[in-house]
Design a protein around this ligand. Structure first.
Ligand code: GLU
Length: 476
């Protein structure tokens, strides 16, 4: 389907266009596709918060895009740019994301239109608690209804405030801790949630770049090692992505934050933790020793590299700069970093785009694990870690006796161990990202009218949501 030639397409229209392009290669009726595409519930609210002697009217949203599975799931962002169109787009992406990684939730998203940097921690707490109360009043939050999580501008601290507010109103609900995810580990959160999106970006990209044939088409060798990488945005997602790529031998040639970007002239690559320390000390990534400064942060998107990771906000690659992108692969860690108009330009340039709906699903995947933990009221590994440890110890003893040669200390340490919560979370996440990539690639390669991974990812998602609706019997 040809793209609409409309330069002013909104974020939600962009997502709808991606949907329509993929819907055209599926077999479902228009009515069913319309139902899948539509946002089911949009709650726009305004509430007063007293800051000093003044009342501030706060504008906020919660959008539940799909109820084909419940609860609904998705983060809450705090940003001055929050608006209804944006929250609707992000909620829609959550539905497709959950479907792709087989997380049994409908999509949702929330947003509060504030710049969190302009408020004190106490003021943010007031706003967060009032927002949660508004959600409770309209039955828009709960472990079986709608489960928020962190997004841009929020983190464990805000999730703990949401939890405490919810608990105050539902003290007898034994599952109340599952009303929100991304909580601090000490507040019934799960180990590995903070790094989850970044780690998922790594696993997903590693999967995509492991295919010889696909890499040959880009003029690249398979594997992460030695690949040059640029990361835009060093918040939670960008930082952990950069750290894990570096750990696996990627070369960080460019890093960007909103104050500017830095370029590595040595070819050896940056050490992300040293750059973060420099930023914490000086307040900026600029002037990092030995680095070349790029004052205009957006220019980092134009640096020559193998893999460009936009990990900040949506719509950073648009029809104004898409032509100048020199990366061979764009790994979408952020939600919606490429506009529909830009995507057409990038695809013509033979750039491989690993789409957000698949690639940044690690966050919600581990949120799902956290929710499961909260509903089962037990930490993963608690019941069986020691059992598996002693079973593998017994097994190794038998092997040693039968073979007559003892294992080295290192070998024994590697083999004899039971899995802790963090091990289970990481292996569950890795398995999820590997398994989810296969059908996406298959649709891309097998269907002659599918030319890119985003269209195939959306087609996979539509298929799963449509199947759920058909099985529910709503569309006989
Ligand atoms: N905000 C994250 C996202 O966009 C995580 C959502 C969640 O964990 O529910 O995927």
């Amino acid at each position: 389907m040809a793209a609409k030639k409309n330069a002013a397409m909104s974020f939600n229209q962009s997502v709808e266009q991606y949907f329509d392009k993929a819907a055209a290669v599926t077999k479902y009726s228009k009515g069913l596709l319309d139902q899948i595409k539509a946002c089911n519930s949009v709650y726009q609210m305004r509430f007063p918060v007293k800051i000093g002697n003044n009342f501030h009217v706060v504008e906020a949203y919660r959008v539940q895009h799909s109820h084909h599975k419940t609860p609904c799931k998705g983060g809450i962002r705090y940003s001055e740019h929050v608006n209804q169109d944006e929250v609707m787009a992000l909620a829609s992406l959550m539905t497709y994301k959950c479907a792709i990684v087989d997380v049994p939730f409908g999509g949702a998203k929330g947003g509060i239109k504030i710049n969190p940097r302009k408020y004190t921690s106490n003021q943010l707490q007031k706003i967060t608690r009032r927002y949660t109360t508004e959600l409770i009043k309209k039955n828009f939050i709960g472990p079986a209804i709608d489960v928020p999580a962190p997004d841009y501008g929020t983190g464990g601290r805000e999730m703990a405030w949401i939890l405490d507010t919810y608990l105050t109103f539902s003290p007898s609900n034994i599952d109340a801790y599952g009303c929100v995810t991304g909580k601090p580990v000490t507040q019934s959160g799960i180990r590995g949630r903070v790094e989850a999106t970044g780690r998922g970006v790594f696993y997903g990209t590693r999967e995509a770049v492991s295919n010889k044939q696909d890499m040959k088409a880009l003029g690249l060798e398979p594997g992460i090692e030695g690949k040059t990488v640029v990361v835009q945005g060093l918040g939670n997602v960008g930082y952990h992505s950069a750290r894990i790529f570096q750990e696996h031998g990627a070369v960080l040639v460019g890093l960007a934050e909103y104050e500017g970007a830095i370029l590595d002239p040595t070819g050896k690559g940056f050490d992300i933790d040293k750059v973060m320390k420099h930023r914490a000390k000086t307040g900026s990534i600029l002037d990092y020793p030995g680095a070349t400064n790029i004052e205009d942060s957006a220019k980092c998107l134009e640096i020559k590299c193998d893999i460009l990771i936009p990990a900040a906000l949506e719509r950073v690659i648009h029809d104004g700069n898409a032509k100048k992108v020199k990366a061979k692969i764009i790994a979408e860690a952020a939600n919606g970093p490429i506009t529909a108009e830009a995507e057409e330009i990038l695809l013509k340039k033979n750039i491989m785009i690993i789409p957000d709906v698949y690639l940044n699903a690690g966050g919600v995947t581990v949120s799902y694990f956290e929710w499961l933990k909260n509903l089962s009221h037990v930490r993963f590994g608690r019941m069986d870690r020691r059992y598996h440890q002693s079973a593998s110890n017994d097994m190794l003893n038998v092997i040693e006796r039968l073979s007559g040669s003892p294992a080295t200390k290192g070998e024994r340490e590697k083999v004899v161990k039971g899995a802790d919560e963090i091990d289970i979370v990481r292996s569950g996440l890795e398995d999820t990202m590997i398994n989810a990539y296969r059908p996406i690639r298959e649709v891309w390669k097998r269907n002659k009218s599918v030319h890119d991974l985003r269209t195939s990812a959306f087609a996979v998602a539509i298929d799963k949501v449509a199947t759920a609706y058909l099985e529910l019997g709503i569309f006989p």
